[in-house]
Every structure is written in structure tokens, then in C-alpha cells.
Design a protein around this ligand. Structure first.
Ligand SMILES: *[C@@H]1O[C@H](CO)[C@@H](O)[C@H](O)[C@H]1NC(C)=O
Ligand SMILES: *[C@@H]1O[C@H](CO)[C@@H](O)[C@H](O)[C@H]1NC(C)=O
Ligand SMILES: *[C@@H]1O[C@H](CO)[C@@H](O)[C@H](O)[C@H]1NC(C)=O
Ligand SMILES: *[C@@H]1O[C@H](CO)[C@@H](O)[C@H](O)[C@H]1NC(C)=O
Ligand SMILES: *[C@@H]1O[C@H](CO)[C@@H](O)[C@H](O)[C@H]1NC(C)=O
Ligand SMILES: *[C@@H]1O[C@H](CO)[C@@H](O)[C@H](O)[C@H]1NC(C)=O
Ligand SMILES: *[C@@H]1O[C@H](CO)[C@@H](O)[C@H](O)[C@H]1NC(C)=O
Ligand SMILES: *[C@@H]1O[C@H](CO)[C@@H](O)[C@H](O)[C@H]1NC(C)=O
Ligand SMILES: *[C@@H]1O[C@H](CO)[C@@H](O)[C@H](O)[C@H]1NC(C)=O
Ligand SMILES: *[C@@H]1O[C@H](CO)[C@@H](O)[C@H](O)[C@H]1NC(C)=O
Ligand SMILES: *[C@@H]1O[C@H](CO)[C@@H](O)[C@H](O)[C@H]1NC(C)=O
Ligand SMILES: *[C@@H]1O[C@H](CO)[C@@H](O)[C@H](O)[C@H]1NC(C)=O
Length: 504
């Protein structure tokens, strides 16, 4: 009797594990092309709890264009953390390809929306008005610090009330386990995976858990999960400051037709604008709707820290590539306006990147994940003072106000300690049975320093690093030489020679 039950339950779980691909619902993916397929995968809420309830992971797929040359499935994660893959693959299917035919002909492209990222996966839910509580990213006194902790606690209490314990289970270790569940359910051989930006932490975590289960793993803009919060802060401050100087010389250069500050001392203008905003937040006269929970809404003024933070966001891509990015010209325009005392373009960009407009915004998972993945090391106002002092030392213009800093600030007062904090990320793959990994970094990345890719390379037994001599965060999206190198690796399964430096 017992063994019959066992056999039956094995068959049932195998049957439920097979992925049922079908059309995509318009409610989840508006305007989905018929080429886009959708499915769901059921995984435990808590992988360590055998009695855990299950949650849903949303999957998307675009099948290989040339079935006679098909190699397998290529799963990818665009980073964030908490960015959905479904939007990228929806674009791919509609003819705005991230992946060229070199890849899309021979691989089924498979994306998953990470746990907590709605509407496709079981979402983290918060009240957007509560989540959008204005956070002081530069607390300057014990009472400002206490106000920050109180505000954060209220936000996370609200999200926990609405989400339940999923809020505490969206860490990257759990995501890496979901990835293995997806690989097994696809039943398509060893993993091929592209992790971009924070997706590289999923990639490294997966490789540590399953060093012999992959064929290819490529990482673009590599994050190091084995450094203290202070080092994260310091390194990112340094690379952001360096990128801002690159922007300033591009902007003021006589070559630049896209910078309204051409010929001017852009560094001094940036510095003076920040100094003005430090004295008093810049007005935002063009903000049509000052309720930031409504699409297009923004705060009625912009602080110095918000301004600095937004400039980093606008450095992500140098060259315009509509509709994805307006590139550095957008920062040039927003800065020129702010320097005249009009913070509108900056405040709009800040809102687009940081403020939620729905109760299942992907920003929620994106904000929680760092609280589960990193110790901040901040438990008092003194801890903040030390860190910000260090920021002014390493980055006199941008003062350490960076994406990592924003993440750290939002995690002060988070209800539980991190469940997947910084840890040894070494992977002892040798190439003998275990495969080689490919890393890529840009030399002048405003978010993720080259240093982290180099640290990851030395922690991985067998990995090659491609260095792109250029600006901006990530390389694969650019479609240049780095993209071709990554594509060739996926197709051949063989990484290039060590020491490859490419111009684009
Ligand atoms: C999926 O969409 C195609 C084309 O839009 C349609 O012909 C087909 O009937 C749909 N299949 C299902 C199961 O709804
Ligand atoms: C829960 O998830 C596990 C692992 O993916 C799966 O094997 C099991 O079938 C799921 N249970 C249900 C009830 O869907
Ligand atoms: C997951 O389950 C384990 C085992 O029951 C438990 O120790 C752990 O606290 C749970 N994790 C979370 C985030 O609740
Ligand atoms: C912090 O406070 C000090 C004096 O209390 C002031 O001089 C300084 O400008 C303030 N800094 C910011 C960033 O507000
Ligand atoms: C969360 O729920 C508890 C219990 O229902 C309630 O007392 C509390 O006010 C709620 N907190 C928030 C921030 O919604
Ligand atoms: C400006 O253009 C010249 C000639 O193309 C080039 O050598 C130089 O590096 C460019 N300067 C900048 C700052 O881009
Ligand atoms: C920036 O402005 C501050 C005063 O607000 C000044 O002390 C500092 O030297 C300036 N830095 C640069 C690079 O202009
Ligand atoms: C501020 O800039 C915005 C454009 O971003 C513009 O619509 C608005 O008229 C400007 N306001 C003032 C007072 O200059
Ligand atoms: C800035 O906006 C906030 C609302 O977000 C408001 O409370 C504050 O008074 C404004 N400050 C200035 C200087 O306008
Ligand atoms: C800074 O503020 C002063 C005084 O309001 C103003 O004259 C100056 O133009 C502002 N400069 C910048 C770059 O914002
Ligand atoms: C890799 O090897 C080092 C040194 O032998 C060891 O400390 C580390 O735990 C190993 N890592 C893994 C993931 O096996
Ligand atoms: C790395 O992996 C490749 C491919 O499997 C293998 O040829 C090479 O010997 C390995 N290198 C090292 C240092 O293990």
C-alpha cells in the first residue's frame, strides 16, 4: 500500500513538474506576440521547510528559430535585482531583439520572473503610497536617523501584512534553487545561463550549488557577493565618481553635439547644483502630478541625495537606444535644467526609477532582495556617519550616494536579519568535467566596478574575463564585440583565451 502510494506520488510529482507551455494571457503580458509562450512553475515558498506551501514562478519562452540547429535552452536573468525577464522576451518576440539570430536560432530563450515579481510570479505586495514614503538618504543627525528607521519599519510592516512570509523568502539563494528546479523541469540537459548585473549573483550561487550541472554560464557586469557592505559602498562610490568624470569630459568636449553644457566646466556645474540642493531642495515646477503613486507623478522638490542618485541612474547607457534609453544626452539635459534651478527632469527620472505606481511593483522585490542578501553593518547614526565620511573621501562629488547606498539605507530596520548574507563565492570548477565560465565587464561601469569582476574571476576555478574598453553598465545589451564573444561562447561551449580586451 505504502509503496503504491509512493509510486503514485512520484508519478504525480513528475507529471506536475513538466512545463505546460501555452499562449500568454493579455492580463500578464499585454500585446504578447504569438511567438511568445508562457507557463508557470510551482516551487516551495521556503526551500528549507519540507512543509512549505508552494508559490508560482512565471516563465516565458521564444523557441529556437532553426530547429535543425537547436542546441538547447538558454535561460537568462536581466538583474535588478527583481527585474522580470518576461518584458525582455516579450520585446524579443515582437521584434525588438535583445538576442541576435546567432543565439535565437539555436536556443530556446527562456526567462523567469524571479519569485516575488508580479504579476506573473507570486508577488510581493505593498501599498505604493506607504512604499513611496520619502526616505532621507543622507541622515545628518540622530533624530534624522531615528526618523529613517521608523519610516522603514512602517514600510516593511505594511509589505509583510500584505505579502505574508514570501517577503522574507525572495533571497538570491532561493532564486538559484528555483533556477535548478526550472532546469530540471525543462528536461533539456545541463544549464545554459546568462546573468546580467545582479543576475550574476544568481549565476555564481547556482555554480556553487551545482558545479557540474551547467554547460555554459556567462555573466555580464559582475557583482561580488563576498565583500562587506562598507567595501560595496566604497567600490561603487569610486566607480560612479570615475564615470561621472567620463561623462563630464564627454559633455564639455567640443565633439559633443548632444550636451547643452558643451564647452562648460561640467564638474563645477554638477558640484554647484548639488551644493544648491543641499542648502534647499531644488523646486520641481514641471511635475504635473505630485502624487508619486500615480504614473508620471513625482515629488515637488528634489534633494541633493536624490539628485546624485538620479545622475547615476542616467549614466547607465552612454549611447541613446530608444525606447530602452536616451543615454547620456538625457543626463546632460536634466543636469543643465537643474543647474538653472529646475529639478523637473531629474525628479521625473528619480520617480521612474524609485517610486511604485502599483501594489505589485517589481520595485518591491528589488528593494527587499538586498535586505535578505546583505548585512548593511548599520545599526546606529554613528555607523552612517562613518560610512558617509568615507563616501566624501573616495568620491568628493557624489559622496558615496549610489545604488548600493540607497539599498543599504532602505534596509536599516528591516524586520529580520539577512538569510543569504555575503559569503565565500568560490567555485572550484577545473574544466575537468566541470565547465568553464565567461565573465564580462566594462572598464567604466557607473554601478558595478571592474574590480568585482576581477575578484569573481579569481574566486572561480576556471573563468575567463572579457574587458570592454568603454562606458556604461553592462555590455551584452550593446550588441558590440562583447556581445559576439558571449554569443560564440554559448554556441561553441568554449570560452575565449584569457586576457581578451575588446573596444565595444
Ligand atoms: C494561441 O494563440 C493562437 C494564435 O493567436 C491561436 O490560434 C490558438 O488557438 C491559441 N491557443 C490556445 C490554447 O488558446
Ligand atoms: C511544489 O513544488 C515542488 C518543487 O518544484 C513540486 O515538486 C511540487 O509538485 C509542488 N507542489 C504542488 C502542490 O504543486
Ligand atoms: C525556512 O524554513 C526553515 C526550516 O523550517 C526555517 O529555519 C527558516 O527560518 C525559514 N525561513 C524563513 C525566511 O522563514
Ligand atoms: C549636516 O549638518 C551640518 C550641521 O549640523 C551642516 O553643516 C551640513 O551641511 C549638513 N549636511 C547635509 C548634507 O545636510
Ligand atoms: C499590520 O497588521 C496589523 C495586524 O492586523 C496591524 O495592527 C497593523 O497596523 C498593520 N500595519 C501596517 C503598517 O499596515
Ligand atoms: C574628439 O574627437 C577626436 C577626433 O575624432 C578624438 O580623437 C577625441 O578623442 C575626441 N574627444 C573626446 C573627449 O571624445
Ligand atoms: C565642490 O563644492 C564644494 C563646496 O560646496 C567645494 O568645497 C569643493 O571644492 C567643490 N569641488 C569641486 C571639484 O569643484
Ligand atoms: C522646468 O522644466 C520643465 C521641463 O522639464 C518645463 O516643463 C517647465 O516649464 C520648467 N519650469 C520652469 C519654471 O522653468
Ligand atoms: C519638499 O517637498 C516636501 C514634500 O515631499 C515638503 O514637505 C517640503 O516642504 C518641500 N521642501 C521645500 C524646500 O520646498
Ligand atoms: C546656485 O544657487 C545660486 C544662488 O541661488 C545661483 O545664483 C546659481 O546659479 C546656482 N547654481 C547652480 C549651478 O545651480
Ligand atoms: C573551494 O576550495 C576552497 C579551498 O580548497 C574551499 O575553501 C572552498 O570551500 C571550496 N568551495 C566550494 C564551493 O567547494
Ligand atoms: C578550463 O576549462 C577548459 C574547458 O573545459 C579546459 O580546457 C581548461 O583546461 C580548463 N582550465 C583550467 C585552468 O582548469
Amino acid at each position: 500500500m505504502q509503496s503504491t502510494l509512493l509510486v503514485l506520488s512520484t508519478i504525480c510529482s513528475l507529471a506536475s513538474a513538466a512545463i505546460q507551455w501555452g499562449n500568454c494571457s493579455n492580463a500578464i503580458i499585454p500585446l504578447a506576440s504569438p511567438k511568445l509562450q508562457c507557463a508557470t512553475l510551482s516551487v516551495p515558498l521556503n526551500w528549507s521547510d519540507t512543509s512549505s506551501t508552494n508559490i508560482t514562478i512565471g516563465l516565458t519562452r521564444v523557441e529556437a528559430g532553426d530547429t535543425s540547429k537547436r542546441i538547447g535552452s538558454l535561460i537568462f536573468n536581466p538583474g535588478g535585482p527583481g527585474e522580470p525577464a518576461s518584458t525582455v522576451l516579450a520585446g524579443q518576440a515582437l521584434g525588438f531583439p535583445l538576442f541576435s539570430t546567432n543565439i535565437s536560432d539555436v536556443f530556446d530563450l527562456v526567462g523567469f520572473d524571479p519569485r516575488g515579481v508580479g504579476p506573473f510570479s507570486t508577488p510581493v505586495i505593498c501599498d505604493p503610497e506607504v512604499f513611496n514614503t520619502r526616505i532621507n538618504y543622507y541622515p545628518n543627525s540622530t533624530s534624522q536617523y531615528n526618523d529613517l528607521v521608523t519610516a522603514n519599519k512602517a514600510i516593511w510592516q505594511n509589505c509583510h501584512n500584505l505579502t505574508g512570509d514570501l517577503l522574507y523568502n525572495v533571497d538570491t539563494l532561493s532564486v538559484a534553487k528555483d533556477l535548478e528546479a526550472l532546469r530540471i523541469a525543462l528536461d533539456d540537459g545541463p544549464l545554459n545561463f546568462l546573468g546580467i548585473s545582479y543576475g550574476t549573483v544568481i549565476a555564481q550561487t547556482y555554480a556553487r550549488l551545482h558545479p557540474s550541472s551547467f554547460r555554459t554560464i556567462a555573466m555580464d557586469a559582475v557583482v561580488d557577493h563576498n565583500i562587506s557592505a562598507t567595501a560595496q559602498f566604497f567600490d561603487e562610490a569610486q566607480t560612479y565618481e570615475a564615470s561621472l568624470h567620463r561623462f563630464a569630459s564627454w559633455c564639455s568636449s567640443t565633439n559633443s553635439t548632444f550636451c547643452p553644457l558643451k564647452g562648460k566646466d561640467v564638474i563645477s556645474i554638477f558640484n554647484a547644483t548639488v551644493a544648491n540642493a543641499t542648502r534647499s531642495p531644488l523646486p520641481v515646477p514641471g511635475c504635473v502630478n505630485t502624487d508619486p503613486s500615480i504614473t508620471g507623478g513625482c515629488f515637488a522638490n528634489i534633494t541633493a541625495a536624490e539628485l546624485i542618485s538620479t545622475a547615476q541612474t542616467l549614466l547607465t547607457f552612454k549611447d541613446p537606444n530608444a525606447p530602452v534609453t536616451l543615454g547620456w544626452p538625457a543626463l546632460a539635459g536634466a543636469l543643465a535644467l537643474a543647474a538653472q534651478g529646475n529639478g523637473t527632469a531629474m525628479a521625473q527620472a528619480f520617480a521612474a526609477a524609485n517610486l511604485a505606481t502599483s501594489n505589485i511593483s517589481s520595485l518591491f522585490a528589488g528593494t527587499v532582495i538586498p535586505c535578505l542578501d546583505d548585512y548593511t553593518g548599520i545599526n546606529s547614526f554613528a555607523d552612517i556617519q562613518y560610512r558617509l565620511r568615507l563616501g566624501e573621501y573616495v568620491a568628493p562629488l557624489t559622496k558615496g550616494i549610489s545604488e548600493k547606498w540607497r539599498q543599504q539605507v532602505r534596509c536599516i530596520g528591516f524586520p529580520i536579519p539577512p538569510t543569504y548574507p555575503q559569503t565565500d563565492m568560490s567555485v572550484n570548477n577545473t574544466g575537468k568535467g566541470d565547465k568553464e565560465m565567461l565573465l564580462a565587464t566594462s572598464e567604466w561601469d557607473p554601478n558595478v566596478p571592474w574590480l568585482w569582476a576581477e575578484q569573481a574571476r579569481s574566486a572561480i576555478g576556471n573563468a575567463t574575463l572579457v574587458l570592454r574598453e568603454g562606458d556604461g553598465h553592462t555590455s551584452f545589451y550593446l550588441g558590440g564585440k562583447t556581445t559576439r564573444v558571449i554569443e560564440e561562447y554559448f554556441v561553441s561551449g568554449v570560452a575565449p583565451e584569457q586576457g581578451l580586451v575588446v573596444p565595444s
